[in-house]
Design a protein around this ligand. Structure first.
Ligand SMILES: [Zn+2]
Length: 133
């Protein structure tokens, strides 16, 4: 396993199913460990960098900031895996609903220091070629 402190090993109970010949480690699910070899904390940093840069750039950024070498292909696989989980999580639009009890009766919005270019006026607003307003 590779984490924010570098590479480390840990032992955990694993179970072998004689029927389907699969090995399972229930603690992996509890700890949030997926199929990849990155700890959840390092995977989070890798995904944050992968959002901002190319996979190669994210790999360099993680090495520079955390000091842990994560190959470009591992960045790609991790970002793709997390992206797949996000897509799966957001597929059910009914889960996006905010409970009525959580909706405030009045929503106040304050803008501060916002500047924008004046809207471009269309020729017809200025009278246009015909001279009509
Ligand atoms: Zn089985």
């Amino acid at each position: 396993m590779v984490g924010l402190v570098g590479e480390y090993r840990f032992a955990r109970p694993t179970f072998y199913c004689a029927t389907c010949h699969a090995c399972q480690a229930p603690l992996d699910g509890v700890l949030g460990l997926g199929d990849c070899q990155l700890s959840p904390g390092l995977a989070e940093v890798v995904c944050e960098q992968a959002q901002k840069d190319s996979f190669a750039g994210a790999s360099r950024s993680v090495l520079g900031s955390v000091g842990v070498a994560v190959p470009e292909e591992t960045v790609r696989r991790t970002a793709a895996a997390v992206g797949g989980l996000i897509e799966q999580d957001q597929a059910d639009r009914t889960a996006w609903q905010v409970a009525d009890a959580d909706v405030p009766a009045c929503l106040l919005v304050e803008l501060d220091g916002v500047q924008h270019a004046p809207a471009r006026r269309l020729p017809r607003d200025e009278g246009g070629p015909s001279g009509r307003p």
